[in-house]
Every structure is written in C-alpha cells, then in structure tokens.
Design a protein around this ligand. Structure first.
Ligand code: ATP
Ligand code: MG
Length: 440
C-alpha cells in the first residue's frame, strides 16, 4: 500500500468526544468514524484489522470442528414469539416493520433462527453432535452506547451454537469451545482470562466470560495469580481428547476468577494475599450452556438411540469481534499510539522515506518496497512528500510492528534504520539485511 494513494485520515488532536484511549486512538489513527450513535463505518485500515481478527476467530473455530454458515441480520418477529423472547427482550431489540406491515427485527443474537433451521433438517441422533457458527453483524439498542466500538449498537459477533444428544455431550462441546477461545485470544496477543459468569436461567457451572484486563474495563475482576502463568496455547491437547478437555475445564474452574457479578468473598478469602489480583476488564467472549431452553420451547427433536424422540441440549458461544479491536488497543498502546500484535496488525512493515526529494533514498525505498511485496510481506509505504518527522509520528500512531526508515545519510552509507514499534529499539542495517530480517 502506498500512503500517497491510500485513504488514511489521521487526526493530530485527540478527539474530545472519546473518553477512553482505544476510542481516541481508533479515531486518531483513522480506523473508524461514527455515522450515528453507536454505529461506525470501518475505514480501510480499521477494516483490515477487523478482518484479521475475524480470520483468527474463524480458523480456531474451524480447528475445533465448528462449521461456518451465514444467517441474515434481519429476522421475523414470529420466530422470537416461538421462544417467548419477543416480548421478553425489551427495548434493546430494534423492531422494524416491512411494507406489508409484518413485524421484523434486526437480530441481537441467533438462538431462535438456528434452532428453527436445524429443527427442519436434523432427524437422528446420528447427526449429533454439531456446532454451527457464523460471523455476522448484530444490533442491540444499548441504553448507553459508549467507548466507540467497545459498546456499539451495531457490532460484529462470532456466535456458535452446539447441539448434543445429552448434557454429557453438551459439556464436551462446551470444553471444546473453551479451548478454542484460549487459543483464539492467545493468537491475538492478548490474555483473556476465563471467569465464572452468572449462569442465567438453568444454573450450573457452564458459563464463562473471557476478560481482557484493562483499567478502562466495565467489569471489576478478581483472579488468582496462577492465571499469569497459565498455558494459554495448550499445544499438547487434542480436540478429541475428552479426558484432557475435562482436565482443562477443571483446572480453569478450580483457579479462582470472577467478575463483580459472581465474586465469592468466602472463596476469595482462602487465596493467599500475594496471589490475589484485582482490576478491571473487558468482556471479549462468553460461552454458555443453556440445555433445552430453546430446543424444548421450539420443538426441536431428533430420534434417539432407542427410536424415541429426544430434545437436543444446546450451548452458545459468542466472541465480540469488533469489540476486540478496541480491547486489543486498550491492552497494547503507548503515548505515541497503537502497538499492534503482529497477528492482527494491518500491515507488518511501515516503510518510510525521510526525504521524498532525495533521489537515492526514493530509489532505495522503491526497490525495497518491491522486494518486500515480492517476499509476501505486508507493507505500508509512506511515499508522501511530507516532513519525515511527521511521517514517523503517523507510523507510531498506526502502530505497525516494524518501521524501515530510509534517509539520505543512511543511504549514502548503504544502510536503513529498522525500528521495532513495541520496544522502540532501533538498528542500522544494510538494505539487504533489513529485507532478510523482515522475511524471517
Ligand atoms: P455485555 O455484558 O458487555 O453487554 P453481553 O453479555 O450482553 O455483553 P453476549 O450476549 O454474551 O454479550 O455477546 C457475546 C459477545 O459480544 C460479548 O462477549 C461481547 O464481546 C460482544 N458484545 C456484546 N454486546 C456488545 C456491544 N454492544 N458492542 C460490542 N460488542 C458487544
Ligand atoms: Mg455476556
């Protein structure tokens, strides 16, 4: 990408309508623009990050055996009358009428729709278990949309739904998603601690929220320092390993973590003071088992092993894809701007000419740009005729992991400067070595 031909509207001043650092930086670095309260347009650079996050979520869902599909944003009110939620949902639901005066809504979630779809298709216990998911925009008419994309009204969510023959099977589906979530967030360079969540209508221990620690988070959190040494990747654990998955779940469950909603003072008191951690956090995911709540209400049945009808047990698993863009910035920034973890960065490298009027520099930068692209390295090349200092400030603001800085003095000696955004560490190297380093 050449910055001179791109659409990257950065702001020098911090916008006064933004209260938290991620929202300020998303506006300043040109990731989003608000188009109505709680509704955002994703500008090109923000959209690249959103897509990268979405892709990590997708790959980890696929690896865990979940099956991708796509359901519409607009739903019929009658579908929600079947579960009884049309009246129960309240003013957060955006209700719409079409030209024939039929009641519709913009989906805040998809339990009803998917239950109705599988009800018409699944016939036998042999077709279970199944976990289906989609990554689709949702609308919730939040009372107080705020903090930019963190609490928007329109937002992108991955929502998966599991269908099992019995509770034992549903627990396995739940453990599988638990592992998929640990891996998903770890790949994005953030630590999202699974915390016991309020379990809703049916009780039980199968409800966890995944919380990224950040001072601006909306929930107060309490957890055992053991989570600081937790193995988030669990590389040796296979998805088919039922005992291993249960052991992981037991380990998560026995290591204290809770939000203000589920905090248990008695259990907290048993943890030694030096291991108590408190703070604030952002909910980026939520996994949830709800048994036959929707399947029973909506008449989803399959024939069981003995030929008698069985009502499948369900769970749902959400990831706030668009919220994650803000949450990652909250967890990874400094005074100069965003510091993207490499896996979600809009580009890996920012190539900058300090003097666009210096022919040898421009020639070297053009050559490097071609070589980087040929090596398949995502590069943003700031070839604008601007002050070098201002261009570097923009690079720091948009937070690409690496900067390759090409200036007249270095080029005369055959070198460029390589800067690592996260540490600020700088190094002079030959053009070839810089290219080799970026290709590693
Ligand atoms: P919250 O408690 O933050 O209102 P929720 O519990 O209502 O969220 P879920 O129904 O569990 O949300 O949705 C799954 C995920 O979708 C959440 O973990 C969160 O990351 C994301 N999400 C929910 N509401 C919003 C919103 N208004 N804006 C952005 N992301 C959201
Ligand atoms: Mg939730």
């Amino acid at each position: 990408m050449r910055v001179s031909r791109y659409f990257l509207p950065v702001l020098k001043e911090s916008p006064s309508d933004a209260q938290i650092v991620s929202h300020k930086l998303m506006l300043r670095a040109g990731l989003v623009r608000q188009t109505a309260a709680g509704i955002y347009a994703w500008l090109p650079i923000g959209y690249r990050v959103l897509k990268k996050i979405e892709q990590i979520v997708r790959e980890e869902q696929d690896r865990a055996g979940a099956i991708e599909m796509l359901m519409p944003t607009i739903q019929a009110a009658d579908l929600w009358r079947e579960s009884g939620r049309y009246d129960a949902y309240g003013p957060e639901m955006l209700r719409i009428r079409d030209r024939h005066d039929r009641e519709m809504l913009y989906g805040p979630t998809n339990e009803e729709m998917l239950t109705a779809i599988v009800r018409d298709e699944l016939k036998s216990y042999r077709e279970l278990p199944r976990t289906l998911y989609h990554i689709q925009w949702k609308f919730r008419d939040e009372v107080r949309p705020r903090f930019g994309v963190m609490r928007g009204r329109e937002f992108l969510m991955k929502d998966a739904y599991s269908f099992d023959l019995d509770e034992e099977g549903a627990r396995q589906s739940y453990y599988t998603q638990l592992l998929a979530y640990l891996r998903t967030f770890q790949r994005m360079g953030i630590q999202a601690v699974p915390m016991k969540a309020a379990s809703g209508p049916i009780g039980g221990d199968l409800s966890h929220e995944f919380i990224v620690l950040a001072p601006t988070g909306e929930s107060e959190v309490f957890y055992d320092a053991a989570f600081e040494e937790f193995d988030w990747q669990q590389s040796d654990l296979q998805y088919g390993d039922a005992a291993g998955l249960k052991a992981l779940f037991d380990r998560v469950g026995s290591t204290y973590s809770a939000t203000d909603e589920t905090h248990d003072e008695a259990r907290w008191a048993t943890i030694s003071d030096d291991r108590k951690r408190t703070g604030r956090g952002i909910e980026v995911g939520h996994i949830f088992y709800f048994g036959d709540k929707y399947s029973a209400a909506m008449g989803l049945k399959v024939s069981g092993t003995d030929g008698k009808p069985v009502t499948p047990m369900m769970g749902s698993y959400g990831v706030g894809v668009s919220r994650l863009v803000g949450a990652i910035i909250e967890a990874s920034h400094d005074d100069a701007g965003i510091i993207w973890p490499e896996s979600v960065a809009p580009w890996k490298v920012g190539l900058v000419t300090m003097r666009q009027d210096d022919e040898p520099s421009v020639a070297a930068a053009e050559g490097l740009y071609t070589d980087l692209r040929n090596a398949g390295i995502e590069t943003a090349y700031d070839d604008r005729d601007e002050r070098g200092g201002a261009k570097l400030a923009t690079m720091d603001l948009i937070g690409l992991p690496w900067q390759v800085i090409v200036g007249p003095r270095g080029i005369a000696a055959g070198t460029v400067e390589l800067k690592r955004r996260s540490s600020g560490e700088k190094q002079e190297l030959s053009v070839e070595s810089a290219l080799a380093r970026m290709s590693e």
